[in-house]
Design a protein around this ligand. Structure first.
Ligand SMILES: Nc1ncnc2c1ncn2[C@@H]1O[C@H](COP(=O)(O)OP(=O)(O)OP(=O)(O)O)[C@@H](O)[C@H]1O
Length: 591
């Protein structure tokens, strides 16, 4: 019930389709019962002229068929049966169309809802969640809910409704035969229920094995260079072969089990049929049952058996649907970032201040008592040991994390009061490992401003020192970048991502070690180009290169989450031992 209540919410917009398919189930069942009765009464009238129990159908048939005009009557009842079967077929068709329209519609709106929500979830969620798991929730979990809501629920309704009506009708025809007709049904339901549980487990095993195989394949393809460099091909092939074998064995096990189930349950179903026929035949011989009633019983029992065999499976699948709905709701219950509130109309001047900022990841202190200011148009640089918290500092500034203590202000206003889009539009963060989409270079540059014209894109690429490199490709800006930009060098990828930011009108540009993969000369060119192009932009440079750092107006030295020194190049040579050490090492390397 809880499941149905939860699931009901997702049927919005498709409830009419579901109602039509439920009604179609009702009418298709009623017509089937009608057909069985027409067959029963026709056989009884035409074979022995037996006075069947009076009723609407009997009175109607009595008027149009009789034993005296045998052939004509046979034809009439056949036409009647075919007509009723066609009408039933129309209802079955309606049921199928409407339940499938509802199924696909519900799945689509659920996918839209889930994806829309995921795209608004905070950075912290994305860092912690596994990509594979999230994709599974958006695909196979939605598929399970789709099948349950629109297909299995109508199937379940059909099975229950059919069972109740058939039993009532059979009771009406013959009480003793009714018990005989359903004697093996409980065995079939229990068996199919246990089957579905076991099969669920086997399906999960196959899914896991398939996921292992895909992961191995994905790792091998994307890590092809490492595999070759270490001569690991033979080892990787063997590893893949083992996983492939495991998948084959699990699929065999599953097929075997399903095959056994259908054979055994068919045997039980056939036994049930045989029981009806044998007992029924004796009763017909004893004159306790008419031939027509026996035929009707055989038809009804047969008709009931297939849906009953499905009930166990549907019940098993319901538990799967419950888990899937839970997994989907886990995401939907995550609080989304609010992009609607906050200041958006501020004329940003570029004054930034960190005041006593402290931040922890899972209670582990990362930034400790950070205080510094950046004036508009100033160029500041950050040097720090690995893991000292440089990137984290920039994540706080762009509001990827908000759970810090202390204050961060823009032009004297707390950044928490600004709209998040506004902050990220004005403060452009360029990451060390940029992500490129499986699109053309031109599209990759214009993601930040899809309305930019080609001249602007070219200029942005030129400023980022990547224009001439792009033109060397046969298709130039139309070159398709692979899923992870594999056809581009690390430096090219970094420069394309810089071009993206150049295209925006961000007032602050942060280079988070995003020039690390380009040589010193290109690094300098890009910075000079930017200086001329974005004259009034504030720049924050995270770098390990003294040649880059020394041009900054102010350099922060970060060690273990603390600012240990602050000043320009000459100041730091005197006051920071870390800065001096790095300077000496790099000086010796270039000497
Ligand atoms: N999502 C996270 N959850 C937990 N700890 C994290 C998370 N992200 C980073 N850290 C930890 O926080 C510390 C600071 O990370 P950060 O990336 O800010 O350092 P960094 O100075 O930029 O390092 P690098 O120079 O290597 O890029 C590191 O010890 C890192 O392991």
């Amino acid at each position: 019930m809880n499941l149905l209540k939860k699931a009901y919410v997702y049927t919005e917009n498709y409830r009419n389709n579901l109602i039509i398919s439920y009604f179609a189930v009702i009418f298709s069942t009623i017509f089937y019962l009608l057909i069985s009765q027409v067959i029963r009464i026709s056989i009884d009238i035409l074979s022995h002229n037996i006075e069947a129990k009076n009723g609407i159908i009997t009175s109607f048939l009595r008027q149009i068929i009789n034993r005296e005009n045998f052939l004509e009557s046979l034809l009439i009842s056949s036409v009647l049966i075919v007509t009723l079967t066609i009408i039933r077929g129309v209802f079955t068709f309606l049921r199928s169309i409407h339940s499938n329209v509802a199924a696909e519609g519900i799945a689509k709106s659920l996918r839209d809802k889930l994806y829309g929500h995921i795209s608004k979830l905070n950075y912290e969620y994305h860092i912690k969640a596994s990509t594979g798991d999230t994709i599974q929730r958006c695909t196979s979990d939605i598929n399970t809910v789709r099948r349950f809501l629109a297909l299995q629920s109508t199937e379940l309704f059909n099975s229950i409704f059919m069972f109740i009506l058939v039993v009532i009708l059979m009771f009406n025809m013959n009480v003793k035969m009714t018990f005989i007709g359903i004697v093996l049904m409980p065995i079939i339901v229990i068996y199919s229920y246990y089957f579905s549980k076991k099969v669920h487990f086997l399906f999960t095993e196959v899914d896991e094995s398939e996921a292992n195989l895909s992961t191995a394949l994905e790792e091998n393809i994307s890590g092809v260079r490492v595999v070759r460099a270490f001569g690991m091909q033979a080892y990787e092939i063997e590893k893949f072969d083992l996983k492939n074998k495991d998948l084959k064995e699990k699929i065999f096990k599953l097929i075997n089990y399903i095959g056994n189930y259908w054979s055994i349950s068919s045997l039980i179903a056939l036994t049930q049929n045989a029981v009806v026929l044998i007992f029924g035949a004796f009763m017909v011989v004893d004159g306790k049952l008419t031939l027509g009633t026996l035929v009707a019983f055989t038809l009804l029992v047969n008709q009931m058996l297939f849906p009953i065999r499905q009930v166990g499976r549907i019940l098993g699948d319901m538990s799967k649907a419950k888990v899937s709905i839970g997994r989907i709701e886990e995401i939907l219950d995550e609080e989304a970032e609010n992009y609607d509130e906050g200041i958006t109309d501020h004329e940003f001047k570029g004054y930034i201040e960190f005041k006593n900022v402290n931040f922890s990841y899972d209670k582990r202190p990362i930034l400790k008592n950070i205080s510094f200011t950046i004036k508009p148009n100033e160029k500041i640089a950050i040097l720090g040991t690995t893991g000292s918290g440089k990137s984290t500092l920039m994540y706080l500034l762009t509001r990827l994390y908000s759970n810090y203590t202390g204050t961060i202000t823009l032009d004297g206003i707390d950044i928490k009061k600004f709209n998040k889009h506004y902050i990220r539009k004005n403060i452009g963060l360029i990451l060390q490992e940029p992500f490129l989409f499986a699109k053309t270079i031109q599209e990759n540059i214009s993601v930040a401003r899809p309305d930019a014209d080609f001249k602007e894109i070219e200029l942005a690429a030129d400023i980022s020192s990547v224009h001439s490199g792009i033109l060397e490709f046969d298709k130039g800006y139309e070159t398709l970048v692979g899923e992870k930009g594999v056809s581009l060098s690390g430096g090219q990828k970094q420069r394309i991502s810089i071009a993206r930011k150049v295209l925006t009108d961000a007032k602050v540009i942060i280079f988070d070690d995003s020039l690390s993969a380009v040589d010193i000369e290109t690094d300098m060119n890009i910075r000079n180009n930017l200086k001329n192009f974005k004259k009034d932009a504030t720049t924050i440079l995270i770098s390990h290169r003294i040649s880059t750092l020394k041009e900054a107006d102010k350099i922060l030295v970060l060690e273990n989450g603390e600012i240990t020194a602050m000043g320009d190049h000459n100041d730091l040579l005197k006051i920071s031992s870390l800065y001096k050490k790095i300077n000496d090492i790099q000086k010796n390397q270039s000497a």
